[in-house]
Ligand binder design. Sequence first.
Ligand code: ADP
Length: 186
Amino acid sequence: MSTGKGLIFLGPPGSGKGTQAQQLSKEFNIPHISTGEMLREAIAQQTPLGQKAQTYVDQGELVPDDLLLDLIEDRLNQEDAQEGWILDGFPRNVSQAEFLDKLLHKLDKFSPQAINLDVPDEVIIDRLLLRGRKDDNKETIRRRLDVYREKTQPVLDYYRQHDKLSSIDGNRELQEVTTSLKEVVT
Ligand code: ADP
């Protein structure tokens, strides 16, 4: 088992996972791996994956697991990911979390640390409406929050039960959140 860092950022859409992941990626010199970004890129390029994923992303639904699992396995096998990574947007349900555990076990890599960015719903809706990505309209936001509660909240319990979860208050200035994150990363 190596000493690298495997960080899993959890938290609702708009909780700041992407922004914070970018900061910490620079700080620790490990790649920021965002499945949402990878999917948006695949959609923009209309690759076979992008074509299959598009309607799910547009509607705020989870893309089926079988489309994500190879993607993440290939990405974690790349050279720049051997000393650590920050996952943003994966795992998003318990079966993805179990898949990741098995994969890391197989790769005999570091055990991951999950960090939850806690932000109340009202704040999230305001932030997402300001951001204005294609899937940031009111209806899709509502659906993504429901999907988060239904499918991703159980992932928090999963890591909590395995004693791998830290939670921090994400409803503060960016810089303060980054400072707290650096404090909890072991
Ligand atoms: P946000 O965190 O703001 O919802 P993301 O960029 O993480 O945005 O994800 C955008 C969309 O991409 C999701 O709504 C979902 O459709 C899809 N997606 C991203 N990651 C996953 C995943 N691990 N499993 C299934 N779908 C995913």
